[in-house]
Design a protein around this ligand. Structure first.
Ligand SMILES: CC(=O)SCCNC(=O)CCNC(=O)[C@H](O)C(C)(C)COP(=O)(O)OP(=O)(O)OC[C@H]1O[C@@H](n2cnc3c(N)ncnc32)[C@H](O)[C@@H]1OP(=O)(O)O
Ligand SMILES: O=C([O-])CC(=O)C(=O)O
Length: 383
């Protein structure tokens, strides 16, 4: 398995990141099964993103079937009753500084809720998930508005009934346009679930020890935070914000490729030709650009897209056009990845439920590449 060099140190094999290996079974999602496809419980992502609300998709993932109108109305109503932040959680959020990373705020918020409203048995898993679903937008907006504007928002006193609309209303203190609510619905549907991606796998590993739901979700948030995963939407925006023209962007990208820099929002571990979510969010980004103060951002994004395909045959993943779409809606860049959390919670939790239903602790092996036997050296003789 491991080759030895002549100097007796072991040669380190290239990391494969478990690519292409099945690490379990799931009835929730297929990714790239038909080349570029993505399905949630057998439903195509383009059908879900075009016809379903995020709450409908949450119900599908968490309850196992599409809801009837009555079931959806009841579910939506139930989530509305769960929007009030506990006072102790507000106190914690008020103590997190304005320059904290919002993903750290999400991670802490989830973990604190696990202390205040602990999952005492797996029969509570659906209730605890619904509560997180109702509270995640409030957690991020409460901290953001308090630390940045000195405003204490009332998350329970909003007009918007959808999770996406609730987020926008709390963030701005105004009623969002129908267009913005529609874009949020689509975005949350697109981000909801993606099989054994890094953060979901993290949640499943945690669940496999029979840990509680809040621990599984807190761990998953930590994995999503990195720029190679969910953090890429924010990283892509930071990159795009450097350029005012398509020509400027092209020259900069060519230089970055020359120096082997990673271009955020491009490439994928599973898809080889395209990410089916990209077409859907790209169309919304183009529409939003029509009314934007800085419409050139869309043109710049398209040029980066063209150059990446021409030079590297790399395509935009779900994160790339999310950057411009969120920006056009006036969402601060650092809140991009927390929106991903609000959505992916549904996939994470559904995977935790699935893992619990048929569990064996996840414990793979490693190929040892360290030294052979070493003789014990007393501390005074060590160099
Ligand atoms: C919602 C999501 O989480 S989607 C992913 C979000 N992440 C990003 O957008 C970060 C940028 N992208 C990447 O880092 C990678 O494409 C990942 C992490 C998504 C996938 O990683 P891998 O599966 O290891 O990529 P893959 O095996 O396809 O890479 C093939 C080659 O393309 C290169 N490559 C892949 N993506 C990029 C990129 N974005 N920019 C430049 N080069 C890239 C790799 O470095 C590799 O080159 P090499 O063969 O010379 O080493
Ligand atoms: O599947 C992956 O590796 C990353 C991804 O696109 C996601 O989690 O949405």
């Amino acid at each position: 398995m491991t080759e030895k060099n002549t100097d007796n140190t072991n040669k380190v094999p290239q990391p494969q990141g478990l690519r292409g290996q099945s690490a379990g079974v799931t009835a929730l999602c297929t990714v790239g099964k038909t080349g570029t496809g993505l399905t949630y419980r057998g439903f195509d992502i383009s059908d879900l993103a075009t016809h379903a609300t995020f709450e409908e998709v949450a119900y599908l993932l968490l309850r196992g079937k599409l809801p009837t109108q009555q079931e959806l109305d009841d579910y939506q109503q139930r989530l509305l009753t769960m929007r009030e932040l506990p006072a102790a959680l507000k106190t914690v959020l008020e103590n997190i500084p304005a320059d904290a990373h919002p993903m750290d705020v999400m991670r802490t918020g989830c973990s604190v809720l696990g202390n205040l409203e602990t999952e005492l048995g797996f029969e509570q898993q659906a209730d605890k998930t619904d509560r997180l679903l109702a509270l995640f937008p409030a957690i991020i907006c409460y901290w953001y508005r308090f630390s940045h504007d000195g405003v204490r928002i009332d998350s329970d006193n909003c007009q918007q009934t959808s999770i996406g609309g609730h987020f926008l209303e709390m963030l701005t203190g105004r009623q969002p346009s129908d267009l913005h609510v529609e874009v949020m619905q689509c975005s949350l549907v697109l981000y909801a679930e993606h099989e054994f991606n890094a953060s979901t796998f993290t949640a499943r590993v945690c669940a496999s020890t029979l840990s509680d739901l809040h621990s599984c979700i807190t761990a998953a948030i930590g994995s999503l935070r990195g720029p190679l995963h969910g953090g890429a939407n924010e990283a892509a925006m930071d990159m795009l914000a450097n350029w005012k023209t398509a020509e400027e962007a092209e020259q900069a990208i060519l230089k970055m490729l020359e120096t082997k820099e990673k271009i955020m929002g491009f490439g994928h571990a599973i898809y080889r030709e395209s990410d089916p979510r990209n077409t859907l969010i790209k169309a919304w980004s183009e529409k939003l650009a029509e009314d934007a103060d800085d419409p050139w951002l869309y043109e710049v994004s398209e040029r980066v897209d063209e150059v990446m395909w021409r030079e590297k045959k790399l395509f935009p993943n779900a994160d790339f056009y999310h950057a411009s779409a969120y920006h056009f809606m006036g969402i601060p860049t650092k809140l991009f990845t927390p929106i991903f959390v609000m959505s992916r919670l549904t996939g994470w939790a559904a995977h935790v439920f699935e893992q619990r239903e048929n569990n064996r602790i996840i414990r793979p092996s490693a190929d040892y590449i360290g030294p052979e036997h070493q003789d014990w050296v007393p501390i005074e003789q060590r160099k």
